[in-house]
Design a protein around this ligand. Structure first.
Ligand code: ADP
Ligand code: MG
Length: 435
């Protein structure tokens, strides 16, 4: 066994045969992984590359074969054919690993306004691959659910048709496999494998930026699949035009199909995701805690999940129910970080700008509606995002008394509960504060 190379998350080991690979996998894979993570401090996937099947063996056997009578020869041929078939079968098996994450399904995906478009497009593709939206190009920021959605497409199609030839590839893995194939002169095998797919899912295409040979190869794969009406789904962190170093011809092909974006989720979607995940973990997450986490997290859902896991672990290890005060305590280093820098003055300025009024008007006592609502919103946000007490807030709003501040907060809370448009306005302002 030989070390051939490594990427961020995969180590490639060379083995002499598929038998050897199976043997190592069965007996030693767990041990190897453990040892690697002990040394490197993180875990890696292990990939095996089987060294060239020895063609010399066949040539060596030739003279002997030729000496045999013809019936024997035929038998040999049959046997060889059988062997070939076996090999093909094995190859097929190897090629057919769809590489999907079974946890990423449509059922486990929460749709909301921010991801509705990409979600609907993915479902359409999963229900009718290679009809309307080919290729499907999904783009959006880190941790917003791109990988989840493309896996959901694959899982859905595979569940309906277990024989479908599906493959999920990160661009990086595509590149590494291509390089290895070049190195071991197995490009034909590499190409054929991709060209047999019914559905090819390529994640994080932006990784191919500036990697010309990889793009070239992918371009040909793309064309072959497209021409034979096979579905292609690609994800990226950016719109095709905004990926620097992406060749024009690829870019234009991505624009042939449907381009769908995923935007950062709003508070409600984040809460819904937290609720779903905690349900899946069979953990009771009270509404106020979900809201607290959703508001404290930024848009990356992976981070949101991380918070939830941390909280669940704390609750389970201490044998307590999850409560808001526990969440505040457990998250204090993570969430305070973000709100720490927000001051009453910043909030006043942001709210005033949003409603195109003056800060002095915001602080005044004038009771016209165009000022009262922004004023109450500003007070509400101060209460929510700063540590200022009611009297302190009152002080900074032109010397208002404690009860006026409380009244404002209550008023806004009530309106937020029933008025979606209003909620969106407050959310908008909050977003401005965090950027
Ligand atoms: P990306 O590929 O866009 O960086 P991922 O698909 O890896 O993001 O998502 C990060 C994590 O957040 C995953 O665990 C995924 O399951 C979860 N996630 C993202 N969006 C949603 C959603 N709408 N509903 C449920 N889980 C989600
Ligand atoms: Mg991803």
């Amino acid at each position: 066994m030989k070390f051939l190379g490594a990427t961020i998350d995969t180590i490639v080991l060379g083995v002499p045969s598929s038998f050897f690979q199976k043997w190592v996998t069965d007996k030693y894979l767990a041990m190897i992984k453990e040892a690697i993570s002990a040394v490197n401090g993180k875990s890696y996937q292990i990939e095996f590359h089987i060294a060239e099947e020895k063609p010399e063996a066949a040539t060596e056997a030739k003279p002997e074969k030729e000496a045999k009578p013809s019936r024997e020869k035929d038998k040999d041929k049959d046997r060889d054919k059988d062997k070939e078939k076996e090999k093909d079968k094995e190859k097929d098996k190897k090629e057919l690993v769809p590489n999907l994450n079974p946890k990423y399904t449509f059922e486990s995906f929460v749709s909301g306004p921010s991801n509705q478009f990409a979600y609907a497009a993915s479902q359409a593709v999963a229900n009718k691959p290679a009809t309307n939206y080919n290729p499907l190009f999904i783009y959006g920021g880190v941790g917003l659910g791109k990988t989840h959605l493309v896996n959901a497409i694959g899982n859905h199609i595979l569940a309906k048709n277990p024989k479908a030839k599906i493959c999920y590839y990160s661009s990086e893995k595509f590149m590494n496999e291509m390089i290895n194939s070049l190195r071991y002169k197995k490009m034909d095998e590499f190409r054929n494998k991709f060209r047999k797919m019914d559905l090819l899912l390529i994640d994080d295409i932006q990784f191919m930026a500036g990697k010309e040979a990889t793009q070239e190869e992918f371009f040909h794969t793309f064309n072959a699949l497209y021409e034979s009406h096979k579905q292609i789904v690609v994800t990226s962190d950016k719109f095709p035009k905004d990926i620097p170093g992406l060749e024009e011809r690829l870019r234009s092909r991505f624009e042939w199909g449907l381009i769908a974006d995923i935007q950062p989720p709003g508070i409600e979607t984040k809460v819904a995701i937290l609720k779903k995940k905690s349900d899946m973990h069979a953990v009771n997450l009270p509404d106020d805690v979900a809201l607290f986490l959703a508001e404290g997290a930024n848009s990356n859902i992976r981070e949101l999940e991380g918070m939830l896991i941390r909280l669940e672990a704390f609750a389970s290890l201490t044998g307590q129910e999850i409560t808001l005060s526990m969440a505040r305590e457990v998250m204090k280093d993570i969430i305070v970080e973000k709100t720490r820098d927000i001051t009453v003055e910043m909030i006043q300025k942001t709210v005033a700008e949003h409603f195109r009024i003056k800060v002095s008007e915001l602080k005044s006592d004038k009771r016209i509606k165009t000022l009262v609502v922004p004023r109450q919103i500003a007070i509400y946000i101060c209460r929510e995002l700063t540590k200022a007490s009611y009297p302190e807030i009152g002080e900074k709003f032109g010397g208002k008394d404690h009860s006026t501040i409380i009244h404002s907060v209550k008023k806004i809370e009530k309106q937020l509960a029933g008025d979606d448009e209003f909620k969106a306005t407050v959310e908008d302002i909050r977003k401005k504060l965090f950027t």
